[in-house]
Design a protein around this ligand. Structure first.
Ligand code: 3PG
Length: 187
């Protein structure tokens, strides 16, 4: 689902930007996208991206309730990401056979995720919650868990996260900014 250890966090501010942004990501060899439900265009963007870029793993992010989760799955989201853990979203994703990466930063939240059979969690906001040091410390009592740290990650610190084998991918909006800048330069 996250082929290249990087998960671009995409915000679509106007509907016409979806295809442009996805092309820019693909040109930068990025193969996945978490399209966040923070704008009214998110569901449409997931739908457009899923249909036009079937070779990419398109998921939905900032999913904070069941209704959004339902919309995202109906639009074609192949995975769901939340800033926190939600039992109702976890249940819905399980029913729909869609991967769910909930945001977990405490042992209690990680135990809740494990109760649902979830073994990959988003660690968010990564830098504010202790960064790679916290992830290493938390990974000791949770040998079953893998992490997708997101929040405050950039070129300057991504490698320190990726060096840890329990980090399956890093997420970040910086990947989108970089891809768009490279794409604009090319054009
Ligand atoms: C997210 O929802 O995952 C974050 O807002 C991304 O954080 P970043 O902008 O610091 O990468």
């Amino acid at each position: 689902m996250l082929p290249d250890r990087t998960l671009p966090v995409v915000t679509i501010h106007e509907p016409g930007m979806t295809e442009y942004t996805m092309r820019a990501l693909r040109a930068s060899r990025l193969r996945s996208a978490e399209i966040v439900f923070r704008t009214p265009f998110a569901a449409e963007a997931v739908s457009v991206a899923s249909h036009k870029f079937p070779d990419m793993a398109i998921g939905a992010g900032t999913i904070v309730n069941e209704a959004q989760c339902r919309d995202a799955i109906a639009a074609g989201a192949k995975f769901i990401v939340s800033p926190g853990f939600s039992a109702s979203i976890a249940r819905l994703c399980e029913r729909e056979h869609v991967d769910y990466f909930p945001g977990c930063v405490t042992p209690t939240e990680m135990m809740a995720a494990l109760d649902f059979g979830i073994t990959t969690v988003k660690f968010f906001p990564a830098e504010a919650y202790g960064g790679i040091g916290a992830i290493r410390a938390l990974s000791a009592p949770f040998p079953q868990l893998s992490f997708i740290p997101t929040g405050g990650i950039g070129r300057h610190n991504m490698q320190e996260y990726l060096n840890f084998d329990r980090v399956v991918a890093i997420g970040g909006s910086f990947l989108v900014q970089e891809a768009l800048a490279a794409w604009e330069k090319r054009a």
